[in-house]
Structure formats: C-alpha cells, structure tokens
Design a protein around this ligand. Structure first.
Ligand SMILES: Cc1cc2nc3c(=O)[nH]c(=O)nc-3n(C[C@H](O)[C@H](O)[C@H](O)COP(=O)(O)OP(=O)(O)OC[C@H]3O[C@@H](n4cnc5c(N)ncnc54)[C@H](O)[C@@H]3O)c2cc1C
Length: 638
C-alpha cells in the first residue's frame, strides 16, 4: 500500500521536501500531498522589492501549479487549523488529511515582544499581502501629504520608521529610500521633508555580518541614501500616529516592523514541545519531532548545530532541512537508519537598492558589484531548481528588465522591449538567404564532387603581403588591406579584393577576415583547412556536405521560426567560419547582425517557437523533476 506523506506549507522548506520526494521516490508507491493556505509560493527574501515598488507583485509569487506540474505531488489550497497526531491526521478548514508521515513547514511569523500597540499599529513584512499593503500605504501617505494643510500631520505622513536593522529591515529601508526619490518627484514634495528612520536595539546594523561590512552599509545608508540610523534604541510603545522610543517620540503613520521572528502563530495549538524564545518545534538531529512520524523543518523546526544552537531562520536552513527530512522519511520506509541533518551556511548577502550590496561568502567579503551579481545568480539558481528554465528567465526579466526604480544609463537602454513580429521579416529573409545558398551549393554538385579547395581559394592565400599583391597584379585576385589590427594571436583585417585581368582591375569588393590563434608560423584556421578539410577527398566531401546541410537546416529553422535561438547561433557560427577562412564579403555583413537579432526570441511571433519552446521547456523540466523522459502531456492543466 502506498505511504502517504503530507507536507504542510509550501515555503522554501516544504517545496524542497516535496520535490526531493518526487525525484527520489519514483520507484516507490508514494502519495505526496502538499497543503498551503495560498495557491502560490512566496519568495519572502524579495518582499521588500514589492513593498518599495521596485518589482511588480507577481514577481514574488510563484503559482504552485507551475512548480508541481508534471510531478506526482498533489497540492491543495487549505489552511491547516489543527493536528490529531494520535490518529495521524491534519485538520484543514476544508478537508481532513490522513498521513503516514507528516512534514510541518509552516514557517515563522513576526514576534512583537509584548511591546504595547506594536501588533495593532505596525506593518509587518512577512507575506505577499503584507508587501502589497505596505506599498499601497506608502503611496497613500505621499498622496495625502501633497494636500495636507496641518504641518504636524504632514510630517507624520512623511516619516517612515523601520524597526530592526537586520537584513530584512536594512533591505526594506534601503529600497524605500530609492523609491522615495521618485515619489517626491511625482508628488512635488521636497526630499528634505521626508524622514526615513532605521531603529535597532543593538549597537550596529547588520550584526550577522562582520564589522567592516556593517560599517560600510551604515555609511552608505546615511551618506548616500539619507537614512537616519538610531542604534541602541528601544521601542517602548506604538500608537496610530507615533512611536515612543528610549530616545523620545517619533511622530509617524508608518512603522514597518522587521525585528523579531518566532514560530508561525498558526501553530500555537500544535501539541509538540517548543524550544527557545522563538518557540520553534523541538526536533532531533533527524528533523523528527517527539512524534516520530512527524518532522518539522525550516523556520518552524529547531534543528540545532553540534553546539545545540538552533540554526538561523534562513533559506539555506529551510532548503537543507527540507531535503534532510524527506531523505529520512525515505530511509524509514526502506527500513534504514536515519541520517543526521547538518546545515551548511555558505554566506549572507544584503542588497541595499539596486547597485549596492554587502556579502560574506564562505568567510570572504566580496566587493559590492560582485555581491549584487551573486545575489542575482543565487536567486536565479533557486528558481531554476524549482521551476526549470522558466524560473531564471522570469526572474531575470523582472529583476533586470522590468524593474521600476533606479534605471541608470545602461538599464534604460537595454530594458525597452520590441514586439517580436517586427523582426519576423528579417528572420524569414535571413532564413531564405541561407536556404538559397545551400540549394545553390547542392545544385553546383557540393553533395557529389569535391568543391571545397576551389571555394577556399582565398582562405589559402594566407599572407596578404606586398609580394602576394604584386604577384596577383597581372591576373587573379589582388588583396589590399584597408584596416588591419594585428595583435599576436589575433589578426583582423578589412580589405579590398580586386579581380585583375591582364593587369586591369575588372571588379572590386570589400571583405573582412579574421585569423585566430596565431603562434609564429602556426595559424589555427589554415591548420584545420590543410590538416583536416583538404587532407583527403573523403574529408573534403565530409566538410562540404556538412556546410551545405548546415546552410539548408539553418535556413529552414529560421523560416519556420523553430528553435530560432539555436538557428541564430548556427547562422552566426557559419559566418564566423567564413570570416576566418574565405573572408566575408561586404554584401554578407548584414547577416552577422541579423543572426544576433534572431537569437532574441524572433521565432515567437509567427513561428513554431511559439509552441516548441513551451513544449521543450516542459519536456526538460519534467525530466529534471522526475528523472524520466516524457514527450507528451495532457492538454488540460490544473
Ligand atoms: C522579508 C524577509 C526577508 C528575508 N530575507 C532573507 C534573506 O535575504 N536570506 C535568507 O536566507 N533568509 C531570508 N529571510 C528568511 C527566509 O525567508 C526564511 O528563513 C524562509 O522563508 C523559511 O522557509 P520556510 O519554508 O520554513 O517558511 P516559509 O517560506 O515562511 O513558508 C511557510 C509556508 O507555510 C504556509 N503556511 C503557514 N501556515 C499554514 C497553515 N496553517 N496551513 C497551510 N499552510 C500554512 C505559508 O503560506 C507559507 O507558504 C527573509 C524573511 C523575510 C520575511
């Protein structure tokens, strides 16, 4: 009989556990059911980007339908309200779920430490809805401030306080400082009238990082972004229009609380022992709670290191504990001993706006630009793991192209988009050109007789020296340099080819040629031509048939718009081959640029890529998640 595994929570931990079970347990009869109160997975680490209007809200929520399509994970939207561990049941608002193994992955919620009024009046940044609420509220404050007559109320509307200078608070206030610039412009408000305050009880910002990174971030926030940082400041009380701190009152309509974390409050009734101030579920080194078939992972589980300290509530802990718990369930099913789950943290990264970041990766401090790139790569990698190729594509588009704030020179130029159908005629023309070239070669006998030596005539005239020029002056092809850049390994030239007849020029054309990897008398392309392509008739036939076929195939792919990216690369490669061998005449130079254009999704409009790319992505993703090749999929999706 199949074993039922119930996973509660589709956060970083729950998704990792579900995908791991799906991948590893393909031969077992497992029923994997994942329940979440939302039909989507929230990228919590990016919430500040939505709250401060850098990204569209859709960028941080990934539909579970997209993550689990073509897997055997059944997912459902329901809120679990209680567990009946004696009868192996979880009770949801809509259904009751029976299980043999249960993984609790319900994450954490903000802790308010009993501060009066904080829960009632502060905003939290803990969910998709929170982020949207903050964004709308800030926009609203600026709109009200624009017409507010009372100077005190205007001040309160334009004062934004963020509580907690850990990575969440710092990223939030940093992002807000950038949005404020455009909000001020849009609402005709002087930036000097806006106050941004970051409060913390500790004596430095970002205590998870070393002193230098902490000081660097502090400087950037105060000097470049105009944020007031109040350290060693205790929040004592919060009201609707003011916050009382150990350093006095701050009049504000906005307090964003990013300071405390505790086990998800939804779990307050769960009868499993808790540990620490964060009240996370007690688990052993296998992520098992005291109910041996119930595991707690991610932020809500108190998995501890060898010193007994619970791992930090961070993504790396969630992912690794998710995988560890799932692996231990499989071991239990197989009657094997469980394995200790150890979490390895590789580093921490904090981005303050688009262009500044601090990080420590494997104990090394990285420069700001590299930290920004690392953050993008890590997010893209995570999304690749859960969504396949669509994940990074979607993320990079929203992060680099669609972002709304701080588009500097380069971003302004690379982000405008063009409809793919505009390039359809160019794609077709390029395709037709290649097809024509291929057909001409075929009709000239390239499939039947050796032709390559004759075709490569110019390629074999390697040295375009004065001697070569004068010797060709009476008859044949005379080659003169116009521009030549010769830097050892690389010899690029634009020249004039003149057809000579009895000492008279009968026609000229401009060409370009590139010699690569030259060492003394050795040059790569001539070596390939002499040593391989023209070494014997058999090789000559092989190369010329390959070239002709490549031209025909690239042509057909471009005309049909099928895998146009690959066809664009193919077209570019053929041109590169001609440029480095025969040289490329000026009338063909346009093909280089057309090939580049075709790589940018030209087959999506009036081309087969419209169907092929989603199909291919699905085949690949299904293989990646199930390790099983599947070519056909049901039409109807959930
Ligand atoms: C704003 C913010 C920024 C952060 N930045 C970073 C960062 O830069 N780096 C880093 O490493 N960590 C960061 N973290 C922490 C990181 O996001 C968490 O450690 C991680 O999300 C924990 O994953 P999880 O799966 O345990 O919980 P979550 O990701 O919180 O997922 C819990 C899931 O359980 C569901 N759920 C909850 N209750 C129920 C219920 N009763 N029934 C059904 N479903 C339920 C929720 O809907 C949610 O989908 C940040 C957190 C926040 C809030």
């Amino acid at each position: 009989m199949s074993k039922r595994v119930l996973i509660v929570g589709a956060g970083y931990a729950g998704i990792e556990a579900a995908l791991y079970l799906n991948r590893k347990a393909r031969r077992e009869d497992l029923d994997i059911c994942l329940v979440d109160k939302n039909p989507y997975h929230t990228l919590l680490t990016e919430l500040h980007e939505v709250a401060a209007n850098r990204q569209d809200e859709e960028s941080v929520r990934i539909p579970l339908r997209e993550i689990f399509r073509d897997t055997k994970v059944r997912w459902t939207t329901d809120e679990i309200v209680s567990f009946d561990f004696d009868h192996n049941r979880a009770v949801g608002q809509r259904e009751i779920y029976d299980y043999d193994y249960c993984i609790i992955a319900i994450g954490s919620s903000p802790a308010f430490y009993g501060i009066n009024g904080l829960k009632e009046h502060a905003f939290t940044l803990w969910s998709f809805d929170d982020a949207v609420k903050i964004r709308e509220h800030i926009r609203d404050c600026f709109m009200k401030a624009r017409t507010e007559k009372d100077p005190e109320e205007r001040k309160r509307l334009l004062t934004f306080v963020v509580g907690g200078a850990g990575f969440t608070g710092v990223e939030m206030v940093g992002e807000l400082a950038i949005w404020v610039k455009s909000l001020c412009r849009e609402n005709n408000i002087d930036r000097k009238d806006v106050r941004l305050v970051l409060l913390d009880l500790l004596d430095r910002v970002l205590p998870v990082l070393d002193q230098k990174n902490s000081a660097k971030s502090h400087r950037y926030m105060t000097k470049r972004l105009g944020i007031e940082i109040m350290l060693e400041t205790n929040i004592q009380e919060m009201k609707a229009d003011e916050v009382l701190t150990s350093r006095g009152l701050i009049g504000t309509r906005t307090m964003i609380w990013c300071a405390g974390v505790c086990c998800n409050e939804d779990a307050s009734d769960v009868s499993i022992s808790r540990v620490g101030g964060a009240r996370r579920f007690a688990v052993n080194e296998y992520c098992q709670t005291e109910k041996t078939n119930v595991y707690a992972i991610g932020d809500c589980g108190a998995l501890a290191d060898e010193n007994g300290r619970p791992y930090a509530a961070m993504v790396e802990n969630a992912i690794q504990s998710g995988e560890g718990a799932a692996a231990n369930i499989l071991r239990d099913i197989h009657g094997e001993e469980p394995k200790k789950v150890e979490v390895k943290f590789h580093g921490t990264m904090v981005c303050i706006g688009n262009y500044f970041a601090v990080s420590e990766i494997m104990g090394k401090r990285l420069p700001s630009w590299l930290s920004v790139i690392m953050k993008i790569m890590i997010n893209a990698h995570y999304l690749f793991e859960i969504m396949g190729l669509r994940g990074p594509a979607r993320y990079l588009k929203s992060e680099l192209v669609d972002r709304k704030q701080e588009k500097r020179f380069l971003a302004r130029h690379y982000s405008p988009k063009m409809q793919a159908w505009w390039v359809m005629p160019l794609r077709m023309f390029l395709g037709a050109y290649w097809l024509y070239e291929g057909i001409v070669k075929a009709t000239q006998g390239w499939f039947a007789n050796p032709k390559l030596a004759e075709f490569l005539g110019m390629a074999r005239n390697y040295e375009l020296s004065a001697d070569a020029v004068s010797s060709a002056s009476a008859g044949g092809l005379r080659l003169d340099d116009i521009i030549r850049i010769n830097i050892k390994l690389f010899d690029f030239r634009i020249g004039e080819a003149t057809q000579m007849l009895d000492g008279t020029a009968v026609g000229t054309d401009i060409f370009t040629r590139l010699d690569l990897l030259r060492f003394g008398n050795f040059s790569l392309v001539p070596w390939i031509i002499e040593g391989w392509a023209l070494h014997s008739q058999g090789w000559e036939m092989f190369f010329q048939i390959a070239i002709t076929l490549a031209e025909i195939i690239v042509g057909l792919m471009l005309i049909g718009g099928a895998f146009t990216f690959v066809a664009g690369i193919g077209s570019f490669a053929l041109l590169a081959m001609f440029t480095t061998s025969t040289g490329l005449y000026m009338h063909s130079w346009w093909m280089i640029f057309a090939s580049i254009v075709c790589m940018g999704g030209a087959g999506r409009a009036f081309g087969m890529d419209n169907y092929l790319i989603p199909w291919y992505t699905r085949v690949w993703e299904s293989w990646y998640k199930n390790r099983k090749l599947k070519l056909f999929f049901p039409r109807k999706r959930r």
